[in-house]
Design a protein around this ligand. Structure first.
Ligand code: IVH
Length: 680
């Protein structure tokens, strides 16, 4: 085909691609454009016309960044060199220890030269360039094998599709972090909330969610960024140090970390860390630490790597962000099982670049323990996630007439009686007809891990509920497009989209369905085990506890609850009427085909220290990924998830040689599952 395109057209197209890429680089990377946006658009359109007319498109053409129609799944990619993670240091002392250890290993008392740069809270990425052209972008995955997300990464304007400058290595893997600025993150969450979609908990999840889109046009619509900081395998070129490599990246027009210092000796490293910590709030992106690397590649080589982390680098973690604010209101919100969870609404404050105005108070005992009251001035902390935690109350600033918070004896939504069972911290609304519970049940039913009905989030469910259009799961399958058209927030297209999403959900897997209907104690993992063992919904009708107990990893509590559910006539009636409405569920459960099962399958984990999430949440996370959360460290423990101020468990784990990991590492381990889950 190329032969048919006249040479002067090919030259013209090539010249225009080069010129537009130059402008794009000036605009996105250097932040110093030399032409107006309108002029850029004019040239861009002209290029696109020529490309279309002659059917001649260069691989690095800016027109190739707009995204392409959805694909089925992501292919797997092996990394030529494993993508490692980083060890953490939580104090200056630990930084000094790190430096001391390295000098010992190197058998030298000379000051080591280090680079210090911000740690980006995003998604690690490997970009493979062959003869200067971007050929592949892949996620970190388990470090050895990731996912091919080339189509999505191409849409990020700062990513060079062809590297400029000289010299160009034959093949090189460049590593960096894809991230989202905090402003963009907040705007995206506002938009999602308006559309009734769940907000992302933090910019990292937002970036990861945007990269893992099967429809790259969605990725293109999110303003993602890249910061390159490392190298994988390279052929045809030699670099001598990190700073040498970074300088080459700069001349080759790659986007770099906002700041990078090269300093000698640990004292200067600590100075640099303090500077970064001081400046962190002025960065447009979220950073939770600094990465310190030995600069010289020769020394890096000598020091080598541990199992999953290099010896020559460490991540210094900053203190979590803290702010002071005043509590305006304390309310209870009713979940799908009737549990009433208290939350505080406070004066909005900006904390680490994100505006926050509410936080969960976890449970009523916690309020009592911390003695939190309306009107109190409190210190809140935000560690990664947008939802902060109340750390302490400033009693000196408590208003005179403040009153203790009392556990409500009536449901805040339906006014029914609230009970607290013996030994349980939770307060529960006992009504079977509580609208809040029914509504939350439907939100859960339609959620991503459940029937995955896009467009049936919190807000829309509320509207449908108020209009009396849905009350139980089955009503979802009775919705007609015409019902929706009269409602606020719905127009022709959105109504059609929701009806199509509902239609699609009829083919969900049995595992998803069992999770979606919210049987007490049945999480995603238990639902999968049940689906794998029973295969058809009807096989569960009238099931006895004993036959469920036969499934490995299913305990007494789950078995009793599942059996009770499938022996209740009303429930079976509901299931039958859903089937009549077209619910199919014959779709095989792809989960059982997965190579290694769930990420934590068969592993025993123990948690200790101060962690960014509640103990219960972390345990639930571990269980939902197939792991077992134990309370004490023993020789059978596979991992200890340690936060700050870890005590005796930490020591014991060290003694027994149990692997100790951070909360972030745990999240990274489970992220693969989440990606898998979205595929079926
Ligand atoms: S260097 C050998 N530099 O942090 C390890 N990593 O916790 C190479 N990260 O997987 C990583 N900012 O995704 C490096 N400036 C930076 C970073 C950075 C963020 C991420 C990276 C890595 C994780 C480890």
């Amino acid at each position: 085909m190329t032969e048919k395109v006249p040479a002067e057209i090919r030259h013209e197209i090539s010249r225009m691609v080069k010129e537009l890429n130059e402008h794009s680089y000036r605009y996105y990377v250097l932040d110093a454009p030399v032409i107006s946006d309108a002029e850029y658009d004019r040239q861009y359109r002209r290029l696109r016309e020529l490309e279309e007319q002659f059917g001649y498109v260069l691989p690095d053409s800016p027109t190739q960044r707009v995204g392409a129609p959805p694909s089925e799944r992501f292919d797997k990619v092996s990394h030529a060199e494993p993508m490692l993670s980083l060890d953490n240091a939580f104090s200056h002392d630990e930084m000094r220890e790190f430096d001391k250890k390295l000098r010992k290993l190197l058998n030298s008392d000379k000051n080591i030269e280090y680079t210090v740069e911000p740690k980006y809270d995003g998604l690690a990425m490997e970009l493979t360039y062959r003869d200067g052209l971007l050929v592949r972008a892949s996620t970190r995955g388990d470090g050895y094998e990731g996912e091919d997300v080339t189509r999505n990464i191409r849409t990020i304007r700062e990513v060079p599709l062809r590297m400029e400058g000289a010299p160009v290595p034959h093949e090189i893997d460049i590593r960096g972090e894809v991230y989202m600025d905090t402003d963009e993150f907040e705007a995206l969450n506002r938009q999602r909330e308006e559309q009734g979609e769940p907000a992302f908990a933090n910019p990292r999840n937002a970036a990861a969610g945007s990269v893992r889109q099967l429809d790259s046009r969605i990725t293109a619509s999110r303003r993602l960024h890249l910061a390159c900081y490392g190298m994988g395998s390279v052929t045809g070129m030699i670099f001598t140090s990190q700073s040498d490599f970074i300088n080459w990246l700069r001349t080759s027009r790659f986007p770099l970390p906002a700041k990078m210092a090269v300093v000698k000796g640990v004292d200067n490293v600590i100075d640099e860390i303090l500077r970064l910590e001081h400046e962190r709030d002025s960065f447009p992106f979220e950073t939770d630490g600094a990465v310190v690397k030995v600069n010289d590649f020769g020394l890096q080589q000598k020091l080598g790597v541990k199992t999953r982390e290099p010896r020559w680098a460490i991540a210094y973690k900053f203190q979590a962000h803290r702010e002071t604010t005043v509590i305006r209101e304390i309310h209870g919100s009713v979940g799908r099982t009737g549990v009433i969870t208290p939350f505080a609404v406070f004066e909005p404050v900006r904390i680490g670049g994100v505006t926050v105005s509410r936080s969960t108070l976890h449970n009523w005992d916690e309020i009592k323990r911390k003695d939190i009251r309306v009107g109190d001035t409190v210190v809140i902390e935000r560690a990664g996630d947008v939802i902060p935690h109340v750390i302490s109350v400033d009693l000196k600033r408590r208003p005179k007439k403040s009153e203790e918070v009392i556990v409500p004896d009536k449901c805040p939504v339906c006014g029914s009686q609230v009970v607290r069972e013996e030994g349980e911290v939770a307060a529960r609304c006992v009504s079977l007809h509580c609208p809040a519970q029914l509504q939350e049940k439907i939100v859960h039913f339609a959620s991503r891990g459940g029937m995955d009905i896009e467009g049936l989030g919190e807000k829309n469910v509320e509207i449908l509920f108020k209009k009396g259009l849905i009350r139980h799961f089955e009503d979802v399958y009775r919705l007609k497009k015409d019902d929706l058209l009269d409602l606020p927030r719905f127009a022709e297209k959105s109504a059609q989209n929701l009806i199509s999403a509902i239609e699609k959900s009829k083919q969900a897997t049995l595992a998803r369905f069992l999770f979606a209907i919210g049987i007490l104690h049945v999480g995603e993992y238990a639902a999968r085990l049940l689906a794998r063992n029973f295969r058809r919904l009807d096989d569960l009708y009238g099931v006895q506890k004993e036959s469920i107990l036969g499934i490995k990893q299913v305990g007494e509590k789950i078995a009793a609850s599942v059996s009770a559910f499938f022996n209740d006539r009303k429930n079976l009636h509901l299931l039958e009427s859903m089937k009549k409405l077209g619910l199919d569920l014959s779709n095989p459960d792809f989960a059982s085909g997965r190579k290694n099962g769930l990420a934590l399958e068969g592993l025993t984990l123990v948690i200790t220290g101060t962690l960014p999430k509640s103990r219960k949440d972390i345990e639930a996370l571990i269980e939902s990924h197939g792991g077992h959360a134990a309370s004490a460290v023993s020789a059978n423990t596979d991992y200890l998830v340690a936060g700050e101020d870890a005590g005796s468990k930490f020591e014991k784990a060290k003694k027994l040689g149990v692997k100790i990991i951070s909360f972030d590492a745990l999240i990274k381990m489970t992220e693969e599952d989440s990606a898998q889950r979205r595929l079926f």
